[in-house]
Ligand binder design. Structure first.
Ligand SMILES: [Mg+2]
Length: 119
């Protein structure tokens, strides 16, 4: 990844994803329902890479490359969905992180995997 890519915002990536879709006239298939399902399918493809593997199993360059592709697929589907619904994904992530800060104060939950209503 070069420096230019490091500085790309989510909205710039969203523009690139939208252009890719527009060039192929795929927007007609991109209903929020279809895109939400696509997010789940791509997340499942990511999960499949780890199915039946042990936690300590060695990471191979091939598996890492395949995981990167599936993670990219998930994000591309999310960017298509945010574009279609008009949801500002960057703002949504920032808002959710702020909410999580309140739900999970670091001084109360550090080192614990409990849900917010269990501590
Ligand atoms: Mg995929």
């Amino acid at each position: 990844m070069n420096e230019t890519n490091d500085l790309k915002s989510l909205s710039q990536l969203e523009d690139e994803v939208r252009a890719f879709s527009d060039e192929r006239d795929w927007g007609q298939f991109h209903s929020p329902r279809n895109l939400a399902m696509a997010v789940s399918v791509e997340a499942s493809e990511l999960l499949e890479l780890y199915l039946w593997s042990a936690d300590g199993e060695a990471r191979t360059p091939e598996r890492t490359a395949r995981a990167a592709e599936e993670m990219a697929d998930v994000l591309i589907c999310l960017l298509n969905l945010s574009s279609r619904t008009g949801i500002d994904l960057q703002a949504a992530v920032e808002a959710k992180l702020a909410k999580n800060e309140e739900k999970y104060p670091a001084d109360q939950v550090r080192g614990q995997a409990k849900k917010y209503d269990e501590y």
